[in-house]
Design a protein around this ligand. Structure first.
Ligand code: ADP
Ligand code: MG
Length: 398
């Protein structure tokens, strides 16, 4: 399957391949993937993250039906999935319908009366690469259904029900960052998000002379989603121990390094490493936010390398291919920072690269990667764009 359809610059427009599934009554929404500059796995520990929405994402078209059938079509997989509004249970065979049906199920749980509909989906972003195509589908579906069902959820409510869809229906215990970034993204800005209070601040990305380069390893190790949930459980286990000594610690976000060293070091080496990483990573995000305000991207980049070091050695969420790509650029003066990004065990690295060096860097790293890893990487220069966008509303709702 080829999904590397490029979006040209400017606002997203309805891709041609969706036209066959759209009529006057259809609602069409685009929702982007996201990068995260720094702050990995801090979201479910109620800490800080620094994501931004990108120029690639997922398109969902929803058209009402007069019966109670829900019919989903994946343009990219050329697959149809059919159910009814009374049978909102996870599909056992294909996973892609669950990202849409999970959102439908959350609308129902919130007391919204569901009607039958057809939905068609297509994307132009890498799938399973840490750019969160899953959150993009959920957010696009949520905004489209919000119009179809006239449910008047606000953006934050749609983010929260999209996250619950992924947690409860798909079964991935992700935090809120991916859906938040997809829905709330703003062009040329990163979002500093406090994952506990959900306070957020748009921070201008003064990328003068720099580009964000994503290098996709094109690997996704199969234990990835169980390892993700296991890491989350280990963080919770760390909190349970800390709490016995420090009642004020409700999440790792509340812990200090001193507490982690004092109470976890002697107990369980694995839990200690996981918690140490999270506490340090959270501090890095706060510092990185200051770096952005000060326009100090050199200091920012050093924190990205430090983040990767912790992800590799303490949180152990990296893999050979990701480590190889970070090692390739580590001593390159044209690369200010690099780290693995997303759920780990594959996917992309994110690199802060001097504009004039981007082309040479990509060609150099690509050839080293294919020589050493015996596979090809896919580079992408991320531009930072707006969040979930309505592309078409039915005439009567306009
Ligand atoms: P990520 O969110 O990092 O891209 P996930 O494993 O969380 O990776 O989500 C990827 C899943 O989302 C795919 O396995 C597929 O089920 C679904 N998906 C993503 N993009 C599309 C698409 N264009 N069409 C259909 N399903 C998609
Ligand atoms: Mg995902």
């Amino acid at each position: 399957m080829n999904i590397s359809k490029e979006r040209t610059s400017g606002a997203p427009h309805i891709p041609e391949e969706l036209n066959a599934y759209i009529n006057a009554a259809s609602t069409v929404v685009f929702s982007p993937g996201r990068i995260n500059l720094i702050g990995e796995f801090t979201d479910y520990n109620k800490g800080f993250v620094l994501p931004a929405a990108i120029d690639k994402g997922v398109y969902v078209a929803i058209t009402p039906r007069t019966d109670q059938t829900i019919q989903l079509y994946s343009v990219d997989f050329k697959e149809t999935y059919q159910t009814t509004i009374h049978e909102l249970t996870p599909s056992g065979n294909a996973s892609w319908p669950n990202y849409l049906l999970g959102v439908v199920s959350e609308f129902r749980k919130s007391g919204i009366s569901i009607t039958g509909f057809d939905a068609a989906i297509t994307g132009n972003m890498p799938i399973g690469s840490g750019l969160s195509s899953s959150a993009a589908i959920e957010c696009a579906t949520a905004l489209a259904l919000n119009h179809l069902l006239q449910s008047r959820f606000d953006k934050l409510q749609m983010v929260q029900l999209s996250q619950r869809a992924e947690n409860d229906f798909v079964g991935v215990q992700c935090g809120i960052m991916d859906q938040f970034a997809s829905m709330f993204g703003r062009a040329d800005h990163a979002i500093k998000l406090d994952c506990r209070s959900l306070d957020y601040e748009y921070m201008p990305l003064s990328m003068d002379g720099l580009r964000i380069v994503l290098l996709n390893t094109n690997v996704k190790h199969s234990h990835g989603s169980s390892a993700y949930n296991e890491r989350r459980a280990q963080c919770e286990a760390g909190v349970a121990i800390l709490r016995q000594h420090e009642p004020g610690v409700a999440f790792l976000r509340d812990a200090t390094l001193e507490m982690v060293n004092r109470h976890l070091l002697k107990d369980d080496a694995t839990i200690y490493k996981r918690c140490k990483f999270i506490v340090e990573e959270n501090e890095r995000v706060v510092g990185a936010g200051e770096d952005l305000k000060n326009g100090d991207l050199v200091s920012f980049g050093k924190k990205m390398y430090a983040s990767h070091h912790g992800l590799q050695n303490l949180f152990e969420a990296s893999c050979t291919e990701l480590d190889f790509l970070v090692d390739c650029v580590r001593n390159n003066p044209n690369v200010l920072g690099a780290r693995m990004m997303g759920g780990g065990f594959g996917g992309c690295t994110i690199n802060l690269v001097k504009t004039e060096a981007v082309e040479a860097l990509i060609s150099e790293v690509s050839s080293s990667y294919s020589q050493s890893m015996h596979m090809e990487l896919t580079p992408h220069i991320a531009s930072i764009e707006s969040g979930t966008t309505m592309l078409k509303q039915p005439a009567t709702h306009a």
